[in-house]
Design a protein around this ligand. Structure first.
Ligand code: SF4
Ligand SMILES: [Zn+2]
Length: 138
């Protein structure tokens, strides 16, 4: 099999590889894989991918814990490692259209989401939005 990056041959190997997951972080797994003899690009078989997935999920399960805490006077469930971090991920926090000082001038989408959050005691950071206008680049 030829490497799609440089055209050299892949060599079958067995060894420890280090993978990285956004939640589980870095983890090591001993598996069979193919490595390009020139650029060291790695290829994994379906079986190896399954082993990597299993390990990743096992590590995520260890880390991801959930708890109830008081937020604006209500007990709410949250992933333990994300308590209070919603602002760090919310697009509205860096959007030109957010104006919390004047609800009438404020973004209609943000107002509607906020109304819904209050109604159901939710915390809903804006993850994706078609109307986003970044403060930092305008
Ligand atoms: S446009 Fe989108 S990101 Fe900007 S304030 Fe409104 S809802 Fe938030
Ligand atoms: Zn290569």
């Amino acid at each position: 099999m030829k490497c799609s990056e440089c055209g050299s041959d892949y060599i079958k190997k067995v060894g420890t590889i280090v993978e990285k997951d956004s939640i589980a972080g870095k983890y090591k797994v001993h598996v069979e894989y193919y490595e390009c003899e020139n650029c060291h690009d790695k290829l994994y078989s379906l079986e190896t991918c399954k082993i990597l997935d299993k390990e990743r999920l096992k590590r995520r399960k260890k880390i991801m814990k959930y708890e109830k805490y008081m937020h604006h006077g209500n007990k709410v469930w949250v992933r333990s490692d994300l308590i209070g971090k919603h602002r760090d991920y919310c697009l509205c926090m860096v959007c030109k259209k957010l104006d919390v000082t004047d609800r009438k001038k404020n973004c209609k989408i943000a107002n509607a989401v906020f109304k819904n959050s209050v109604k159901f005691n939710l915390v809903t950071p804006m993850w994706e939005c078609p109307e986003f206008l970044c403060k930092n680049y305008m």
